[in-house]
Design a protein around this ligand. Structure first.
Ligand SMILES: Nc1ncnc2c1ncn2[C@@H]1O[C@H](COP(=O)(O)OP(=O)(O)OP(=O)(O)O)[C@@H](O)[C@H]1O
Length: 342
């Protein structure tokens, strides 16, 4: 069952359409990135998803419950299933780190002893042990966002909504916060939606991306496929910064989702610095007897780290070879398959 289902949701403001016919679903444990330019409708979508705003038409179903039809009293309870992480942290300056993290638990009426244990656990989870008595003014931006994340997790939400959560942070801190979100996703199986205008954020941790433009979803697909160039939409292309490897048009045209007999897999592979030491291409030839065609390649920074991105075409659909690449790389996705004669 999906955790969240948005069904044909639209929202208008004084004759202006902020969201139009938004339709998608999110499965438990997914990390979904939503990217769009300024005014695309990201904030409106986030407000609708978190129950702060109701769409004019359509439904938003969270854990089987249509939040667009709920009375305010029930909506308050459903909202507890959603953790929010904000761009500017929204911490209470008068409270300590522990006090900020405890706030949702206090509101939920969790008894003091249970609260203290949960707060300690959350502070450790976000890597802030030793800072719990500090005030927000004594913390760096990255540490403040860690407090924001711990607070958002306090009530054990089913869904974490991150609104430009790293936009106020420098690139290095951004990476550390994204790594923390990834770690939380893996450890807790938490579903995360990241709203952002930065492709780097998507690129680093979102496995799937929705591109919003003028209130509509213009793209919905695996991030690796988009990074590999499997898109023709101009807005999506604009987000994929220059110099990234793209699948050339002739390969794109021949690309199919399903493998036919003898078809060649086309992969998008990201290597980070340590994995970049693996002699990947020669090993594929030597150990698996494959011919490897480099369709496209970019060497340079990948989310702040030296690395390389490749679009590769393999001469055979070898599951062992794919496993090897998956393990030797930071990420690997099969973008599609091309017939052997192309
Ligand atoms: N309360 C409102 N009243 C009137 N118009 C609104 C309101 N909220 C949003 N809009 C309009 O809806 C459109 C989408 O706005 P929204 O804030 O959702 O976009 P966004 O993608 O979050 O942009 P940004 O990245 O600049 O925050 C914009 O044209 C905006 O002007």
């Amino acid at each position: 069952m999906s955790l969240l289902r948005v069904e044909h949701a639209s929202r208008r403001f004084a004759g202006h359409t902020a969201l139009q016919d938004i339709d998608f679903e999110v499965h438990p444990g997914e990390i979904l990135g939503v990217i769009g330019r300024s005014g695309a409708g990201k904030t409106t979508l986030l407000r609708c998803l978190s129950g702060l705003e109701r769409p004019d038409s359509g439904r938003i179903v969270i854990e089987g419950e249509d939040i667009t039809a709920l009375p305010e009293s029930r909506l308050v309870q459903v909202r507890r299933r959603i953790g929010l992480v904000f761009q500017h942290f929204n911490l209470l300056q008068s409270r300590t780190v522990a006090g900020n993290v405890a706030l949702p638990l206090e509101i939920a009426g969790v008894p003091k002893a249970a609260r203290a244990a949960r707060v300690a656990e959350l502070i450790e989870l976000v890597g802030l042990s030793g800072h719990k008595r500090k005030r927000p003014s004594q913390l760096s931006g990255g540490q403040k966002q860690r407090v924001g994340i711990a607070r958002a997790l306090a009530a054990q939400p089913a869904l974490l909504l991150c609104d430009e959560a790293t936009s106020a942070l420098d690139p290095e801190t951004t990476v550390s916060i994204l790594d923390l979100l990834l770690d939380i996703n893996r450890r807790l199986g938490l579903t995360i939606i990241l709203i952002t205008h930065e492709m780097e954020v998507i690129r680093r941790i979102a496995r799937r991306v929705l591109v919003l433009d003028q209130g509509r979803i213009v793209e919905d697909g695996p991030t690796a496929a988009l990074l590999g160039g499997a898109t023709r939409h101009p807005v999506t292309r604009a987000f994929l910064s220059e110099g990234r490897p793209r699948v050339p048009d002739d390969v794109m045209d021949a690309l199919r989702d399903a493998p036919s007999q003898g078809a060649h897999p086309v992969l998008h592979v990201v290597l980070d610095a340590p994995a970049g030491q693996t002699p990947l291409l020669s090993t594929l030839g030597r150990r698996f007897g494959l011919d490897v065609t480099v369709v496209q390649a970019t060497v340079g920074d990948i989310s702040g780290r030296a690395g390389a991105e490749f679009v590769l075409r393999l001469s055979d659909q070898s599951a062992e070879a794919l496993d090897f690449i998956r393990q030797a790389s930071q990420s690997m996705e099969v973008i599609g398959y091309v017939p052997a004669d192309r």
